[in-house]
Design a binder for this molecule. Structure first.
Ligand code: NAL
Length: 326
């Protein structure tokens, strides 16, 4: 796999392709980052961007993980002390999950976002941005129903962080794309570079295949889940015998195979008793999808295999959480 392929595999969108191609020509020492509002427990959405960070580290990038404590505070996620404490646990779980400790820089937003230079630069972005534009940028991110002034400042700080952390590539889920588009517009107006961005896909709701999975409104899989919890959630998941269900529905079991299992597992094996045809082995996601579509692979067997792989992937983080608690 060449560098461009590794950098962009499983991405929903890159902005722009030309800019990413230029980075892929010499990825060694280039910097990419993801920011996360700290939360105590990682869920499968965090792990999707973490998979991309692992791809980038394999391609030679240095990775910055921003523990966005001030952003979480602005977005009503708790007191500053509570947020700080969850951020430490978040960092430990990322390392347990497989981020390369030597190629990952963990930063707190509050380390630099209160500096005088930063605050003055922020005010400049505030002068360049309409309230309605800032509000629209937050539509997929904000907590609660009312937009507060704090939530309009939020995307401008996210834009400015990209400048202050000196990164070449900004990574985020598709729910971050409007913030990144705002950053691409507004940063150049204040004399900064427009950031290059890569967005990871959103996974459909596990039990219905609709919309996007959300830890706040639906069923998600997290580092706190036991082996039994995972088996039960995956067993109850929506998994029609096709990759292309009717209407706007997706097959979340296949999506998790594609975005979580195949990037981390060399040969995916679906175990079956001999009387049902014996084990199936896949090197590539597309072959598993084709077998589900043709009827060769039964949804129940796919689910059982998926639950086993997800359990393996989260086991180190679950163990780390247990150690931190004891
Ligand atoms: C991501 C978030 C907050 C601040 C950032 C600054 C720079 C780069 C990425 C950042 C968190 C993200 C979320 N908006 O919704 O979790």
């Amino acid at each position: 796999m060449d560098a461009y392929e590794r950098i962009t595999r499983n991405a929903a969108e890159v902005v722009t392709e030309e800019e990413v191609e230029a980075l892929a020509e010499d990825p060694d020492g280039k910097r990419a980052y993801v920011g996360y509002e700290p939360s105590g427990v990682l869920h499968i959405g965090h792990l999707l961007t973490a998979n991309k960070l692992i791809d980038l580290q394999e391609a030679g990038f240095e990775v910055v993980v921003l523990l966005a404590d001030v952003h979480a505070y602005l977005n009503d996620k708790g007191t500053f002390e509570e947020i700080r404490e969850t951020a430490e646990r978040m960092k430990e779980q990322f390392l347990a999950y497989g981020l390369d400790e030597d190629a990952t820089e963990f930063r707190y937003g509050s380390e630099f976002e209160n500096d005088e230079d930063y605050v003055l630069d922020l005010h400049e972005l505030e002068r360049e941005t309409s309230i309605s534009r800032a509000e629209r940028a937050m539509s997929e991110i904000k907590s609660g129903d009312t937009v507060r002034v704090s939530q309009a400042v939020y995307p401008l700080m996210q834009a400015l962080d990209i400048e202050y952390l000196d990164v070449d590539l900004a990574i985020g889920g598709m729910e971050q794309r409007k913030v990144h588009m705002l950053a691409r517009d507004v940063l150049p107006k204040a004399g900064h570079d427009a950031p290059t961005c890569l967005h990871t896909p959103l996974i459909a709701d596990l039990s219905t295949g609709e919309g996007k999975m959300s830890s706040s409104t639906g069923i998600s899989i997290s580092m706190e889940d036991s082996t039994e919890d995972i088996a039960e959630k995956v067993n109850d998941a929506f998994c029609p015998p096709t990759a292309n269900p009717d209407g706007d529905l997706e097959n979340p079991v296949l999506q998790i195979f594609e975005y979580h299992v195949f990037p981390r597992v060399e040969d995916v094996v679906v175990e079956r008793p001999d009387e049902y045809g014996g084990d199936l082995r896949y090197e590539r996601y597309a072959a598993l999808e084709a077998d589900l579509d043709s009827g060769e692979l039964h949804p129940q067997d796919a689910k059982t295999a998926l639950a086993g792989y997800l359990d393996d992937l989260i086991a180190p983080g679950r163990e780390r959480l247990r150690e931190l608690r004891d």
